[in-house]
Design a protein around this ligand. Structure first.
Ligand SMILES: [Cu+2]
Length: 159
């Protein structure tokens, strides 16, 4: 199954590179479908970055996102944003549940893939490879386009 996933990821990466405008179409990896992957462009002095993706589980069994890997930063972690004493804080989490028939949406203000210690800024219009690790689905590689911070996206990041 691993080989199938790798092939699907390679094809999806090719599509992402050749047609950067086509990101509404999800990328299938077994019962999982990844769509709307993007990362926030970082400014020059910012050491951290974040990426977002929607993960749909079309299968009959639950799976879990248990990790993420990239070589753009010293550490790549799964995080969640939580409101604590009226302040938005981020916490590292071990996993994100992917229930059958449901979608987990990683988005600003909620779950995200965190890059700690970026080797270089994430520039608008660029893209980079990210590998998501699933408990049952194994490793799935995708290409993440970098986009400018949108309106309302300037959330303070407190670790
Ligand atoms: Cu974070």
């Amino acid at each position: 199954m691993k080989i199938l996933y790798a092939a699907a990821a390679a094809i999806a990466a090719l599509i992402a590179v050749s047609a950067p405008g086509l990101h509404a179409e999800g990328m299938k990896a077994g019962p999982l479908e990844l769509s709307d992957a993007w990362a926030r462009a970082s400014s020059g002095h910012e050491g951290n970055g974040a990426a977002y993706v929607t993960i749909a589980n079309h299968g009959g069994e639950a799976d879990r996102l248990i990790g993420a890997k990239s070589d753009i930063a010293e550490k790549t972690e799964i995080h969640n944003n939580l409101m604590e004493d009226g302040i938005m804080k981020m916490r590292r989490v071990e996993s994100i549940d992917l229930l059958p028939g449901e979608s987990a949406r990683l988005q600003p203000g909620g779950y995200h893939i965190m890059f700690i210690g970026l080797h270089k800024p994430l520039e608008d219009g660029a893209s980079f490879p990210l590998t998501l690790v699933f408990e049952k689905g194994g490793e799935v590689a995708l290409e993440v386009p970098v986009k400018k911070i949108g309106a309302g996206g300037a959330m303070k990041m407190n670790h």
